[in-house]
Design a protein around this ligand. Structure first.
Ligand code: 0X9
Ligand code: ZN
Ligand code: ZN
Length: 418
């Protein structure tokens, strides 16, 4: 008995994801149909322990789309009773968040020699991987430190492409803007691995790497990513302190200088879509934006998020369509067609304001307005069965199918110089 108690104690103090922290938490998908339903959701968000997953804030909730949120174990039955009472239809997406957290790691390591791309990795492992893949592929990969995070971690960029001695057109690809979307950094790592593995053997990849450079930032929001492993699996924002508030962090994807904080963002530091004190207040955002501004020749901007299976393009800050809407729509349509050809995964596509919700300060709109006319946000698997807790067994199929979409866009960009 004593031994058991002792073990339990050790598990609690050393267990990173605080053992049982989410035991009994549920994720509900609500389908609000009228103003009374919306009011109920607003009230719940104030009184109960809830965490909005999709959309990310109560301000973005409307009647024409469903709402996924996590509700604390202690509140679940009360909230469900309230929903029934007012006739707000809902499904239980996740019965017990804790069980699913443990199921994320559903793959046993098979390849004990090399880096395992089918596992989620901690930041220190990713950082060593960045150093190693650079060292092992000097003709193809260069590493740059483009800045530091709030907590002084390095933000790295890998330039992947055959060195030619002159500047090539480039495609910027970033991952890990939002901390809890773990499949995103896994994809950037997969992409670099596939590039170096296929160069010289696969003709399509060889052509792309001969003629283009990929500028890959494997994790932008490093502090948030570390925090999502150490303390709170569902952390989204950066980890910067907000003077005058006890709440920490800014949403990096509301912090870019694109009609900053005008719509679909919050001025409240306690909110998950807090836009920050001013545009580019976050060191991580400033580092990426600064790099892109000074680098000549970026022809496409691609950013990887999760979840909901969507290929989105500007605008987000307005319902207006971009001048090249037709072209972007065709590209997105072909990209998702290529993606679905492998495992049949269905993606929605279109301007983000229309397809998900209007919101300002996003990296895609900012890049577009800077003149990078091919700008896309990918929301990878799934559509809510696991949400942010996508099991490791899905890393491979997810990355493989996503490669097809990215390769399609890269080839298109190569064949449509501007
Ligand atoms: O809301 C976001 O930042 C993105 N969705 S996520 O679930 N990964 O948080 C969508 C970004 C679409 N683009 C812009 N809002 N600019
Ligand atoms: Zn440094
Ligand atoms: Zn995201």
């Amino acid at each position: 008995m004593e031994a058991l108690l002792f073990l339990g104690f050790v598990a609690i103090i050393s267990g990173e994801a605080a053992v049982g922290k989410y035991a009994g938490d549920k994720v509900l998908r609500l389908k609000p149909e009228n103003e009374q339903h919306l009011q109920f959701i607003r009230d719940v968000s104030r009184s109960a322990e809830v965490d909005f997953w999709q959309p990310h804030s109560v301000e973005l909730v409307t009647t024409n789309r469903s709402v996924d949120f996590r509700v604390g174990a202690g509140w679940a039955s009360e909230v469900q009773a309230g929903l029934k009472k007012i006739g707000l239809k809902y499904d239980i997406l996740i019965e017990n968040v804790q069980n699913l957290m443990e199921k994320q790691f559903d793959r046993n390591k098979t390849d004990s020699t090399g880096y395992d791309y089918e596992k989620y990795h901690r930041w220190d492992e990713i950082e060593s991987w960045i150093a190693k893949i650079t060292l092992e592929n000097p003709k193809l990969v260069s590493r740059f430190e483009i800045g530091h995070s709030y907590e002084q971690r390095s933000i790295y960029l890998l330039r992947v492409g055959k060195r030619t001695g002159f500047t090539k057109p480039a495609i910027f690809l970033d991952c890990g803007i939002h901390a809890r979307e773990w499949i995103s950094p896994a994809f950037c790592q997969w992409f670099v691995k596939e590039a170096v593995r296929n160069y010289g053997s696969d003709s399509a990849m060889t052509t792309l790497l001969n003629k283009l450079d990929f500028l890959v930032v494997p994790v932008i929001n490093v502090d948030g990513y570390v925090y999502s492993w150490a303390r709170d699996r569902f952390w989204r924002k950066t980890r910067s302190r907000n003077p005058g508030s006890r709440c920490v962090g800014t949403d990096p994807n509301r912090n870019f200088d694109a009609k900053w904080c005008s719509i679909g963002a919050s001025r409240d530091p306690c909110d998950d879509i807090y836009c920050g004190s001013h545009a580019e207040s976050e060191k991580e955002v400033k580092a990426v934006a600064g790099f892109i501004r000074q680098y000549c020749g970026i022809k496409a901007y691609l950013t990887i998020h999760s979840y909901s299976q969507m290929c989105l393009f500007p605008y987000s800050y307005t319902y207006l369509l971009t001048p090249n809407y037709k072209e972007l729509d065709t590209m997105a349509s072909n990209a998702v067609k290529a993606l679905s050809s492998l495992h049949g995964t269905q993606y929605e596509y279109g301007p983000a304001a229309i397809i998900i919700y209007p919101s300002a300060g996003g990296s895609d709109d900012w890049a577009y307005d800077l003149g990078i006319k091919y700008s896309f946000t990918f929301e990878l698997r799934d559509t809510g069965t696991y949400g942010f807790l996508l099991p490791e067994s899905q890393i491979k199929p997810t990355c493989e199918e996503t490669m097809l979409a990215i390769n399609y866009i890269a080839t298109y960009v190569l064949n449509h110089p501007y």
